[in-house]
Design a protein around this ligand. Sequence first.
Ligand SMILES: [Zn+2]
Length: 236
Amino acid sequence: MALLHWLGAIDGIVFRERYATVLSLVLIRLLYQFPTWIQRLYRGVVWRMNPSSKVVYLTFDDGPIPECTPQVLDILREYDVKATFFMVGENAERYPELLARIREEGHGVGNHTYHHFRGCKSNTPKYLQDVEKANSILHTSLFRPPHGRMRYAQKKALQEAGYTIYLWDVLTHDYNPKYSAEHMLAVVNRYTRNGSIITLHDSLKSKNRMLKALPLIIQCLKEKGMEFGRLDTETK
Ligand SMILES: [Zn+2]
């Protein structure tokens, strides 16, 4: 945590004063994007889609919830953009009308466990059980582990069960109150590249910043000539 605070402090300097050493630039990048060579070290998961096509992939984790997901869907509809929702099974079960709307409006559906379960804190059979419980509601082969972490055995078991595991290429930190909507836009503008999978959250924690940033992010990427794709079995 101390390292993250330190990185955050340097980050503030870079964005406000436009000054950075090469080392701090490298360290800052790690906050938002792992370089391709690090992504390749962690094999068998999808970090980024086709790097030669100008398509990006917005993803929303932790919903659906009535306090935030409908607003996200309204913005996506207004800009005619498709996205992918990695949903917590418990939420999807509680709000079936939101799950139905996500499907009806043509967005991708991903599994984010039933209880937002931390893989590192549980054994593999329990973890799989939680994922399968979510999938009895979500019916998808797309999976993203909560907090982006799980044990190797869990990853292997999920892949053997037919899941494709998606992480991300750009992390916006929309859940962190230290960062503003403008900061999120600056991060997306700076780090998004062809095929980037961008992570946002339709959660109470992120709501205010994220809803303010989302239209700006979409406009910015459209101005760069990017199209918006949906993660699904066809886009693996
Ligand atoms: Zn999550």
